[in-house]
Design a protein around this ligand. Structure first.
Ligand code: UDP
Length: 334
C-alpha cells in the first residue's frame, strides 16, 4: 500500500520538525513546506522527507504540490511567534499568521483536502479569569500574536460551515525540551524563551538570565507556566491528524500537562540537572505576562486519547541541556 501523504507547513521549525520526524516514523509520506525564515534546513533529518522551500501564501507552488500529492491532511505550523515583536510590528503578524494561510486554505478547498491540524496557542485566552484554563474560557488575547492565531481559529470554523473543512486547533502551552536522541532541538534567533535562556546563561552565552518579576501573586513571586515537552506536542499532532482522517469533527483543545511550574523552579531544576549555578538578576515584569497560565488538559484526553507522557519538567530541561551541550552547541548550521 502506498503511503498517505501529509503536507507540513512550517515543518523546519521547532515543534514542526519534531512532528515531521514522528509522522515520518509512523509511515506517512511527509512533504515539508517552509520558507526557512526561522526554520532550519538541518532540522529535517530524515532523507525520505521532502523539503520544499516556499511560502504558504504562494498559490502556484501550493497548486503544484497538491497536484503532485494526494494529501490526506495538512499540519500548519508556519507562523511568527515573537509576542513582543507582534506588539511593535502587528502588521507583520497579521499578514504572515492570519492573511497568508488563507491561500493555503483556498487551495485545500480547491483540491478537496478537508483535514487540517493548526498550531494555536494559549495566548488566545489572554489574562485568565479562572484557572486551570478550560477550552470554554473566554478568548480575549492581549497581543497581536494571540489575536493573529485566534482569527485563524474563527476562519477555520467558518470554513467548516462553508465547505466542510475539519480542523484541530491545538492550543499549546509552553513548548520545551528537545528530541530524546539529541538530533534536533530548539534554536531560535533571537531566543526569548525561559528554558534555553537559563541554559545559555549557564553556558556563558549570555551574561545572565533576567527574571521578569518577583512580586507576582504566586507562592514564590515568579510567574507560573505549564511546560510541555516538544515530543509530547508532536504525538498530539499525530493523534489529531488521525482523528480527522478517521472522520472526526473539528475540535479546539489545549495541549498542556496541567502542572504549573514557576520561573524559580525552572532555575532550581536547571541547576540540579547541570550541576551549575545560573547567573541571574531580578528585573521588572515583562508587559503582557499573566501571573499564571496552566492548562486543563482533559479535553485532549477525551477527544484524542492523548495526554502528555512527561509531566516532570526535569526531563524537559535534561533533553534541552543534552541538545545544547552537543558539539553543535544547540545551534543548527547556518
Ligand atoms: N521569563 C523570564 N526571563 C526571561 C524569559 C522568560 O523570567 O528571560 C519568564 C516569563 O516572564 C514567563 C516565563 O519565563 O513567566 C516563560 O516565558 P517564555 O517567554 O519562555 O514563554 P511564554 O510564557 O511567554 O510563552
Amino acid at each position: 500500500m502506498s503511503k498517505q501523504a501529509v503536507l507540513i507547513a512550517g515543518g523546519a521549525g521547532y515543534i514542526g520538525s519534531h512532528t515531521v520526524r514522528l509522522l515520518n516514523a509512523e509511515g506517512y509520506h511527509v512533504v515539508v513546506l517552509d520558507n526557512l525564515v526561522y526554520g532550519h534546513r538541518d532540522a529535517i533529518v530524515d532523507e525520505d522527507v521532502e523539503l520544499v522551500i516556499g511560502a504558504v501564501g504562494d498559490k502556484a507552488l501550493l497548486e503544484r504540490l497538491f497536484e503532485k500529492h494526494q494529501f490526506v491532511g495538512v499540519v500548519h505550523f508556519a507562523a511568527f511567534a515573537y509576542v513582543g515583536e507582534s506588539v511593535t510590528d502587528p502588521l507583520k503578524y497579521y499578514r504572515n499568521n492570519t492573511a497568508e494561510p488563507l491561500t493555503l486554505f483556498e487551495v485545500m478547498s480547491d483540491f478537496k483536502c478537508t483535514n487540517l491540524v493548526f498550531s494555536s496557542t494559549c495566548a488566545t485566552y489572554g489574562e485568565p479569569e479562572r484557572l486551570p484554563l478550560t477550552e470554554d474560557h473566554p478568548q480575549n488575547p492581549v497581543s497581536p500574536y494571540g489575536k493573529s492565531k485566534l482569527m485563524v481559529e474563527w476562519i477555520l470554523k467558518d470554513c467548516d460551515v462553508a465547505w466542510g473543512l475539519k480542523s484541530a486547533a491545538l492550543r499549546y502551552f509552553n513548548a520545551s525540551g528537545c528530541s530524546t536522541d539529541g538530533r534536533i532541538g530548539e534554536d531560535h534567533n533571537p531566543e526569548t524563551h525561559l528554558i534555553p535562556l537559563v541554559l545559555q546563561a549557564i553556558k556563558g552565552e549570555i551574561p545572565e538570565l533576567t527574571v521578569f518579576g518577583t512580586d507576582y501573586p504566586t507562592p514564590d513571586g515568579t510567574c507560573i507556566r505549564d511546560y510541555i515537552h516538544v515530543e509530547d506536542l508532536a504525538s498530539a499532532h499525530l493523534s489529531a491528524l488521525r482523528h480527522l482522517i478517521e472522520g472526526g469533527d473539528s475540535i479546539q483543545c489545549n495541549l498542556g500537562t496541567g502542572v504549573g511550574i514557576s520561573v524559580k523552579e525552572i532555575i532550581d531544576t536547571a541547576e540540579e540537572v547541570t550541576g551549575q549555578k545560573v547567573p541571574l538578576k531580578y528585573g521588572e515584569r515583562r508587559s503582557g505576562d499573566p501571573a499564571q497560565l496552566v492548562a486543563a488538559p482533559q479535553m485532549a484526553k477525551d477527544l484524542l486519547g492523548w495526554e502528555a507522557r512527561r509531566k516532570d519538567v526535569r526531563s524537559m530541561i535534561e533533553t534541552a541541556w543534552r541538545w545544547m551541550s552537543a558539539e553543535h552547541g544547540g545551534h543548527f548550521p547556518k
